[in-house]
Design a protein around this ligand. Structure first.
Ligand code: FES
Length: 107
């Protein structure tokens, strides 16, 4: 069973995608043409254009962001306290059902 990730946009549309374990939530979005995630740097934590808002009930369940991710989130467009970089969230059974919202725009 592949973990399901629910990607919502600001207009309330949502898409549920099965993301292969070990891939990042960013890669799952790119492979499935989810709008709103650009991922310019390809996942190396150097661009912040994979920025997403993780639903509150999921935020604390995810492994904590490392310092470098927190620094990069500061550069994202309209960061909030539930902001994460989707390239740093790796699909696993633990995040089956993870729900996040893509920002209006990146950078
Ligand atoms: S893809 Fe560039 S920081 Fe995530």
């Amino acid at each position: 069973m592949m973990p399901k990730i629910i990607y919502k946009d600001r207009d309330g549309n949502s898409k549920t995608i099965e993301v292969e374990k070990g891939l990042s939530v960013m890669e799952g979005a790119i492979q499935n043409d989810i709008p709103g995630i650009d991922a310019d740097c390809g996942g190396s934590m150097a661009c912040a254009t994979c920025h997403v808002y993780v639903d509150e009930e999921w935020y604390d369940k995810l492994p904590k962001a490392v310092e470098a991710e927190i620094d990069m989130i500061d550069m994202a467009y309209e960061p909030k306290k539930n902001s994460r970089l989707s390239c740093q969230i790796i699909a696993s059974d633990d995040i089956d059902g993870l729900t996040l919202t893509t920002p209006k725009k990146q950078s």
